[in-house]
Design a protein. Structure first.
Length: 116
């Protein structure tokens, strides 16, 4: 079965950096569009960044220039480098995999907390 396992969340001060990782199994990773979503308390889940099988990327306006998404198709992993973090980045971050038919798989989430 498909499993997406996130790691790398934690507590960081404003201005700091974190690197999230997602390890995928049970799917043909290289054919999936991968993404990072986040959900803050009382807010809807939003797409932060996404990367296609070929490496094309998308970033939400709120993270452009601060976050970098990457993937390693040989290792079935994806990462999100987050720099210049602000308290507004505090949320649970989820790894997402979307197949050709727009079926989505989700990880369990990892908490990112940015203190001011």
């Amino acid at each position: 079965q498909v499993q997406l396992v996130e790691s790398g969340g934690g507590l960081v001060q404003a201005g700091g950096s974190l690197r999230l990782s997602c390890a995928a199994s049970g799917l043909t990773f290289s054919t999936y569009r991968m993404g990072w979503f986040r959900q803050a308390p009382g807010k809807e889940r939003e797409c932060v960044a996404a990367i296609s099988w070929s490496g094309n990327t998308y970033y939400a306006d709120s993270v452009k220039g601060r976050f970098t998404i990457s993937r390693d198709n040989a290792k079935n992993t994806m990462a999100l480098q987050m720099n210049s973090l602000t308290p507004e980045d505090t949320a649970v971050y989820y790894c997402n995999a979307e197949d050709y038919y727009a079926y989505n798989y989700w990880g369990q989430g990892t908490q990112v907390t940015v203190s001011s």
